[in-house]
Every structure is written in structure tokens, then in C-alpha cells.
Design a protein around this ligand. Sequence first.
Ligand SMILES: Cc1ncc(COP(=O)(O)O)c(C=O)c1O
Length: 405
Amino acid sequence: MSVTELFATRTEGMHASEIRELLKLLDQPEIISFAGGIPDPALFPRVEFAEALAWATSDTEAAQSLQYAPSEGYTPLREWIVRYMATLGVSCAVENVLITAGSQQALDYLGKLFLDPKDTALVGWPTYLGALGAFNAYQPVYDRIDPRANRSAEEITQKAASRGGRVKFAYLSADFANPTGLTFDRAEREAILAKADALDIAVIEDGAYQALRYSGTAYPPMLALEQARKGDMEACRTIYCGSFSKTLAPGLRVGWVVAAKPVIQQMVLMKQAADLQTATLNQMAVARVAEAVFDSHVAKLREVYGHRLNAMLASLGHHMPEGVDWTRPEGGMFVWMHLPEGMDGAELLAQALRTQKIAFVPGGAFFADGSNRNTIRLNFSLLDDKTIDEGIRRLGEALRTAMAK
Ligand SMILES: Cc1ncc(COP(=O)(O)O)c(C=O)c1O
């Protein structure tokens, strides 16, 4: 018998992505890739991190930075996050903050915290692929959350019961979602909170891209809106997941969760069991860099990425054929495109890689049921305007060829 036959049933939901093989071709230098979802390394605050790491490993700090530390996280970093959340309208205490190894770890823990097999997780349609990956290990089923849809709480509850479990949470990004780039306005945020109240479920608010707004006015996080209504963090059902990956550097693996204390306390137990703590050295470096330059650094990112987003939107306007449509985000890292009905984003990728030497991510993987294959995700954070324009021109060519078939 092969050991693979001994794998637990939960591994059945863990699939390698169908596009991974195709994306291996991205190593070829002539390819223009819109497939990434990562920050531009040229913008990392490298000098600041060099200084912070030198400080953290100095005579006075090394005994702490190189040592085990409490699972909740490094206190000065948690205090910084308390102050940062206050700027977003969330009033919380240090005890409401847990430091995680990136927000991805928070998503895993929240799946572990809430989901029994067959429970329903409400997600966007599409939603962040990595969230589906994290939750899948806990064998849920998925249903759709849409603030504009007119589905009653009873209907959603009954559907979950008929599938053998109950609805546990809604997961969403209210700002510049991955993959659509879209944002929920205030009324939509309130509608989701009201639906969560009616369903009596948790809300997992993924704030990974929240700070990266390039135009328009910011809305308060859903956690802030709920707290404004209920008065007290401890009465809130929203669990906010934050990350330094998009603002400072993803390689440090530092993110955080803000939630009512019983949620944090249970997640601390999970963290103890899983990895004891997030790396102390990294937390200390992030705390020091955040304290020194967070606002000015994010202002710089907004300027550069905002410029690239505008370049992409202008190029799309110039080069796209009739019959395709795309989102016009005000922040984040992605533009989302609808291809004509019947066209397949994965097939378009295979063809475009070969003939036009461009790459992007086919959209089907972002849907919990693999539907809507006539979609693609385009990243704009990594390329300069000229390259963006050339890549989008080639995408137009690839689309014209595919539409002529
Ligand atoms: C929406 C969203 N949430 C969470 C993450 C995970 O980020 P990290 O674990 O680096 O904080 C990502 C990464 O791309 C993301 O796009």
C-alpha cells in the first residue's frame, strides 16, 4: 500500500492549481506577465529593514529577538496595530490583537476555529483563491454572499441544513478584493453586517489591500461600522484580518487579527499548537519599520501603484475589442475582466502564452464551484506603464484571434 492511501480525507479538497504548470513558463524573459499578485520588490523599504534588523540583533535587543516569545505577539507591534486600527475607526485593546504569520495563517486558523465538515462558508463569487485553499482543509461547502442579492437568511440557513451543516461565517474583502479589485460601499457593508446578524454568523473581513487606495474616498472597515453600531468590540461578530505583506514586505510573514477577546484567546491556543508564535525577529523589525515609515511608505506605494493602475485602465480602453468588460478599481493590485460568453480564460492563457508571450490568471479558480471560466485576473503592481501598454496591446490581439475562431 502506498502511504498516499493513508492520507486523511481532508486532503481531498487540497488540489494543485490547474494553471500552475502553465505559469511555470513565466520564467521566460520575453513574457509580459499580469499573472503575479505580489508587491514590486523595487519598492520594499530595504534600507529601513536593514536598520531595523541591525537594531533587533544588537546587544541590547538580541536576547529578546532571538528568543521564544508569547504566542499573542510582540507587544509594541500589537500596540502599533491598536493605534493603526484607531485611524480606521476601530477602537480595540492590545488583548484584541493576535499577530499571525501573514494573514494567510489567520484564514487557516479561522477555518479551523469555525468549520466542521459540511458546514457552510459564505464567500464572494469570485473570492480569494487562497481563502478557499485555507478553508478546504476543514471540508466545508460554499455558498454565495452578495450584498446586492435578495436572498433571505432563512433560505441560506435551509440550504446549509440540507447540505448537512450550518452557516458559520461570511468571508470577504470589503476593499479592492482579490481578484476583482472591487470595493463594497457603506450601504453594502451595512447590508452584509445586517445579513450576518440575521444569520447569527461570524464575518471574516480580509483587509489585505485596505491601505492601497489610489483614488476616491475610503470607507470604514466593516468592523468599525459594526462597532459604531454595537458600541463595544466584545459585541462584534466581525473578525478583521490585516497584513503587512502588501504595505511593507510579504517575506517577513507578519499579519494580524483584531476580534473580540474570546476569538483571540481561542486563536492563541491554535497558534500555540501550530507554531508557538510568529518569528520574534520579524515582528520586532516590522514594528520598528512601521513606527518609522509606515505612512510615508504607503503614500509612496499609492503613488506608484495608482499610476500603474491608471496606465492599465487607459491601455485597456485603447486596445480591448468590443465584447469584453473590466472592473475600474480604486485601489489594490488587480483588474478583473469578463470575456465573451463561452470563452475560457484558461484556454486563452494557453494560447496567449504561446502566441503573444503574455500571462494572466484565468478566473475560474476564484469561484468555489469553478464556474465563470470566461474571466481573467490582471495584475498591475509589477510593471511599468510602457510594459503594461505593450502587454495589454498583445492581450487585445490574443482576444481578437480567439473571438475570430
Ligand atoms: C485577499 C488576500 N488575503 C490574504 C492574502 C495573504 O497574504 P499574507 O499571508 O501575505 O498576509 C493575500 C495574498 O495574496 C490576499 O490576496
